[in-house]
Design a protein around this ligand. Structure first.
Ligand code: SAH
Ligand code: DHB
Ligand code: MG
Length: 232
């Protein structure tokens, strides 16, 4: 489904308006500018979603955040800036060029010391984190390859503590998730993820919110881990 251009313009204009209401520090636009310059795809979260991530980090009193899908470090910067000085974001990225751009961006923005980018397939990086028995994450943000969302959900649950929050981007995809018979691996991955989130024995309260703005029409998923040892 394509959005009516007039409606799409209005959604984008409201996102712009909200940037004037809240203010948007130069550091965020710099990350996007340098990501564009380095030819990265323009698929970072919107500033409104960035601010929501900060609300969640602050509300959780999070110290340890896990991100799957760094790109140029835009969402990473929103997350890192909401953390206390001794907080940490571990961000997983498959593409070494994206990781290089993100590292430079985050260093320039002054949060390089609070972010660890691990280059490699997130499946392997997650398995390594689980294997090493690292301290649990307070919040996890899933935003990489959509086909893998169901597997990422299970891995992130295993890296949680009771009360950890899981957030996932792009779970509505212009409403296409209701097109049950669509033969699209990304959509199938998201549909399975959404159902797994709803039914997961490790997860208590959960919700999916539809979101509009500069990026059109998509959605964010939220779930609170109540029993990290439970497996589906
Ligand atoms: N969170 C970013 C956007 C991430 S875009 C932001 O909002 O600013 C998705 C990223 O996931 C891309 O950089 C892509 O290279 C990465 N990715 C795709 N498949 C991956 C995988 N299997 N493991 C790790 N990262 C992956
Ligand atoms: C797209 C958007 C995203 O936010 C993302 O993480 C991956 C892909 C897209 O619109 O293609
Ligand atoms: Mg995304």
């Amino acid at each position: 489904m394509e959005l009516d251009p007039e409606i799409a313009d209005r959604f984008a204009a409201v996102d712009d308006h909200l940037d004037t209401v809240f203010g948007l520090d130069h550091a965020y636009s710099e990350v996007l500018r340098r990501s564009d310059e380095a030819m990265l795809p323009t698929i970072a979260v919107s500033s409104s979603v960035g601010r929501l991530l900060q609300v969640l980090v602050a509300a959780m009193g999070a110290r340890r955040v896990l991100e799957i899908g760094t790109l140029g470090g835009y969402s990473t910067l929103w997350l890192a800036r909401a953390l206390p000085k001794d907080g940490q974001v571990v961000s997983l990225e498959f593409n070494p060029h994206h990781a290089d751009v993100a590292r430079a961006n985050l260093a320039s923005a002054g949060v390089g010391g609070r972010v660890e980018i691990r280059v490699g397939d997130a499946h392997a990086s997650l398995a390594a984190l689980i294997e090493r028995d690292v301290a649990p994450f307070d919040l996890a943000f899933i935003d990489a390859d959509k086909e893998s969302y169901p597997e990422y959900l299970d891995a992130v649950v295993a890296l949680s503590r009771p009360g950890s929050l899981i957030v996932a981007d792009n779970v509505v995809r212009g409403g296409r998730i209701i097109e049950r018979h669509r033969d699209d691996e990304m959509l199938q991955g998201i549909r399975v993820f959404n159902e797994a989130l709803a039914e997961h024995p490790a997860i208590g309260p959960a919700s999916i919110m539809q979101i509009v703005g500069h990026k059109g029409y998509d959605g964010l998923a939220f779930g609170v881990v109540t029993d990290p040892s439970a497996r589906r």
